[in-house]
Design a protein around this ligand. Structure first.
Ligand SMILES: *Cc1c(COP(=O)(O)O)cnc(C)c1O
Length: 386
């Protein structure tokens, strides 16, 4: 066993200010639906340059809200990538819709716009592209396809808070954009998520959806029983974020530039160390986009390292390096197989899945951690090379 302590693949960075922000809410009058929620939403909207932001209890709940606001219902098809976390397609199932997977680009690992176009039918209602690892997807092409076919774009930017696409912040471009505040993401609220949008109609639907479909706005009510009356107008959920979480989010957001800077710095150290190794492919860097580096995914060159991903993975774990695989293609899970999904037609997704490993990457790592990981990777892949 390694004498280096375990390095997870991702982890939150909390400081005394964050802790104090939470304690302050605990001593205040509102634990939920108080002032911190609006402040957090305003701060997120300002940061990503969107008109509106609606906080949710999780990123998944936020995606569910976006699917509702987009009007996705039974019979509707929604195109997304299979190389993502299950939430990206589960949110469609929650609304009774049908996720349709489209293969990724072999170089960027993001959904391929040409593959999207092939999957469009009369039933297609929306596209859910994912900014995989924090690298913005081909938004211009995707939005152009969406406009031409009258589709709504719900961007899953769980990995991409702070990323930019051709000079614009992610969160201001698609019809709706989701960010997650799970502890491994760029900033955390414990659990939490948000939808950003410039569209007032979506905004109003999202606000009601996260609280049972209830409105307190008299101008929107069908009836009026008196001053106590609020009105439930559709079936919503309790997907509210607490003020405890929002206060943590406000405090965390103040440090976002530092967090991204650290992630970028470590990604560059990995790139520098791995770029000349014939056994590995490092992440692709696109012109005119800035990744926010949620994940650092290396790819094993199967000509030199054939069939040894599992052994390499295990060898890294033995060295206390908390590697991971992002992601298991969604259609491979038993639940999706039972729904009738098969793995045909996803050559790039299948190949990437065979070859990919995520390295630890988070702001609280030390330079010594990075050096340790680099030296172990180099040693292990040379041990396994043919
Ligand atoms: C984290 C994540 C989500 C879901 O976010 P939660 O806040 O954990 O519900 C959705 N999509 C992707 C790609 C994610 O990484």
């Amino acid at each position: 066993m390694s004498d280096h302590s375990f390095i997870p693949y991702g982890k939150q960075s909390l400081d005394e200010e964050d802790i104090q922000a939470v304690v302050d809410v605990l001593r205040s009058d509102y634990l939920t639906t108080g002032p911190a929620i609006n402040q957090f939403e305003e701060a997120i909207a300002a940061y990503v340059d969107s008109k509106y932001a609606v906080a949710f209890s999780s990123g998944t709940a936020a995606l569910h809200g976006a699917c509702f606001a987009a009007g996705i219902t039974e019979g509707d098809e929604v195109i997304t990538t299979p190389m993502t976390f299950v939430a990206s397609s589960n949110c469609v199932l929650y609304q009774g819709g049908t996720p349709i997977f489209a293969d990724i680009d072999p170089v960027t690992y993001n959904i391929n716009p040409l593959e999207i176009e092939k999957k469009i039918t009369d039933k297609t209602k929306a596209i859910i592209p994912v900014d995989f690892t924090g690298q913005p997807c081909e938004l211009e092409e995707i939005i152009e396809i969406a406009r031409r076919h009258n589709l709504i774009v719900i961007e899953d930017a769980a990995h991409a808070l702070g990323a930019t696409y051709r000079g614009q912040k992610i969160g201001s471009i698609s019809d709706m954009t989701m960010f997650s505040f799970h502890p491994v993401k760029h900033i955390t609220t414990g659990e939490g998520g948000v939808i950003t949008t410039n569209n007032k109609a979506y905004y109003e639907k999202l606000i009601a959806f996260r609280s049972h479909g209830i409105t307190r706005d008299r101008s929107k009510m069908k009836e009026d029983h008196g001053p106590w009356y609020y009105e439930m107008q559709f079936l919503g959920y309790n997907y509210r974020m607490t003020d405890i979480q929002a206060a943590l989010g406000i405090s965390q957001l103040e440090k976002i530039e530092y967090f991204i800077k650290q992630r970028r710095k470590y990604a560059e150290l990995y790139n520098e160390a791995f770029k000349d190794l014939p056994q590995l492919t490092i992440p692709y860097q696109k012109d005119q986009v800035e990744s926010s580096w949620h994940l650092y995914v290396i790819r094993l060159n199967t000509e030199l390292l054939n069939g040894v991903k599992k052994q390499i993975y295990e060898a890294l774990l033995v060295e206390n390096i908390g590697v991971n695989v992002h992601y298991i293609p969604i259609y491979q899970f038993p639940y999706y197989k039972k729904l009738g999904y098969a793995k045909t037609g996803f050559l790039n997704t299948e190949k990437l899945y065979q070859e990919m490993i995520s390295m630890p990457l988070f702001p609280a790592m030390s330079r010594a951690d990075i050096n340790y990981i680099i030296s172990k990777i180099k040693k292990i892949i040379s041990d396994f090379s043919k």
